[in-house]
Design a protein around this ligand. Sequence first.
Ligand SMILES: [Zn+2]
Ligand SMILES: [Zn+2]
Length: 300
Amino acid sequence: MNTRKQNGFSRPYHPFQIATWLMSLFLVAVAILITLILETSLQIVFSLLFWPAQILYWILGVLATCSDPTDPLVYQQEYAINNGLSFDERNREAVCTICSFYVAGNSKHCGYCNRCVSDFDHHCKWLNNCIGGKNYKLFIYLIVVLEINGLIFIIFGLYTIIDRYSYQETKEKWIDIYGETGEQVIDAFIFFQTSISLAVFLANGKLIIFHIWLRSNGMTTYDYICQMRKKNKIMSHTEATSGEKADVNSNRSNEEISPRNHYPETKTLIGTSEELKIVEGATMRPSDTDSFENHKNLSG
Ligand SMILES: [Zn+2]
Ligand SMILES: [Zn+2]
């Protein structure tokens, strides 16, 4: 069995997580280039806006990755076992059938991290960590700061590109400083990074709107996935009972994107020591992601 992940810095690292940090470093490198190109007054404005947002983004990124959203009951039981103590019976709210720990009723087992997370929302590949009750606010602050930082970069990136293509003297100034080849490379870097930032800004904006919508409906991402799963179940049941002829190929593709495949069901026992009930739980696999587009795709 896989060892339990403590936080997003526990191995194995996810390729998306490494890509995030590399992209962030590239963004900073291009931001330095833009700073050098801008005239003094704009240099100051850009620096005062970009750097505080960028540094805050890094701090929040590290904090969200470091955070451990594991259900505290798991640690209480481990402490009791290691010290030969008995576990408080009153905490027997539910039991995870995968890790066998007593957990809170709202905990879910993340298959990728192999642990139960209280107030589970989703597993984030970009942070290589679960998002639950303990770090949900950090996650929201992080994506909001990412959005603000992206907007600042896009405004100045676009300004630099427009200035470079609109005024011959700007182009000549660049060539004077960096030479013909250097000017072309810098131009390509700024254009590339501005395009990436724009794509991230739009995707992340959707994610923020999705989470605002979730919270206004009193739901977590996981609740949303469960709701979509139920909807799909009802739809497939209706199709089966309506006597429609099954199309083998289309059924196969529906199965591939079915939420059930990404979130296989397990059973969690819940109740007191005398009276245990069975409720639906879930395991998440490494393929799960936090992108809004993916959730939409999962819904079929
Ligand atoms: Zn578990
Ligand atoms: Zn996880």
